[in-house]
Ligand binder design. Structure first.
Ligand SMILES: *Cc1c(COP(=O)(O)O)cnc(C)c1O
Length: 239
């Protein structure tokens, strides 16, 4: 495994990028009238080695996002004992839900009742309920995963009854190439949807929206969780 010495230029660069992202997140949160603590940073470590995750954890990052199970599992194992929170943000396949239910703390891309059902059944009894966000194709983009906004209430109904899951909120990913005004319109629509669904029966506190290229717009529109990879870790190897 790659071990980065604490004072290496690589660590200094990582530290600088992390601090830069945190400062920009805090500024956007303040502009939207919120505290910086109201937005959680999920550092998306897909395509980067366990040693890089360890270095980021040493610099204070606590939440990590992964998209590919095969790559994520050995990393999670290598970092066992570091008290990190792991988020699965990739596409979900019904035949691969068990290791996700066993090894992750959050799953952001739930878009089918069948997947939710399996995650609930497969969540180990010794673990706390698995935190879930439903993925919404808020921009109506043909290439993006997620369900249509009109179908969200029905999925909330079926997921909120599952005993081993804790439904936390909604997630979206915007297509590339939108201008800032358009992005804010979509992020705002997701926030409105969350507000409509939030009730004492189904308390929802999470809007997982914003990536390297659009996280400030997302925070201005109420994001509580940003998923940032490239802007922290640089370019990654795609599988
Ligand atoms: C890869 C990925 C990210 C991070 O993207 P960057 O543009 O590198 O910040 C965020 N969310 C999801 C769902 C992803 O797959």
């Amino acid at each position: 495994m790659l071990i980065l010495p604490q004072n290496s230029p690589a660590i200094a660069g990582l530290n600088q990028r992390l601090q830069n992202i945190r400062a920009r997140m805090a500024a956007a949160a303040r502009t939207s009238g919120r505290s910086e603590q109201s937005v959680t940073l999920v550092a998306v470590s897909k395509g980067h080695a366990a040693g890089v995750v360890r270095a980021a954890a040493g610099l204070g990052a606590e939440h990590f996002g992964e998209s590919y199970l095969q790559e994520a599992l050995p990393k999670i194992e290598a970092l066992r004992g570091s008290e990190l929170t792991w988020h699965f943000i990739g596409r979900l396949q019904a035949n691969k839900t068990r290791p996700i239910a066993q090894h992750f703390d959050w799953v952001h891309g739930v878009d089918r009742a069948q997947i939710a059902q399996r995650l609930s059944e497969q969540r180990p009894h010794y673990a706390p309920p698995l935190n879930i966000c439903l993925q919404v194709n808020i921009a109506g983009d043909d290439n993006k995963a997620g369900i249509a906004a009109v179908d969200v209430p029905a999925l909330v109904q079926s997921v909120s009854g599952l005993p081993r899951l804790r439904l936390r909120g909604l997630m979206c990913m915007l297509p590339e190439g939108l201008d800032s005004a358009m992005r804010r319109q979509h992020f705002s629509a997701l926030r409105t949807l969350l507000r409509q669904l939030d009730s004492s029966d189904t308390p929802l506190d999470t809007l997982s929206m914003g990536m390297s290229g659009d996280f400030e717009d997302a925070i201005l529109e109420g994001s509580t969780m940003v998923r940032i990879g490239t802007a922290i870790f640089g370019l990654r190897m795609e599988p």
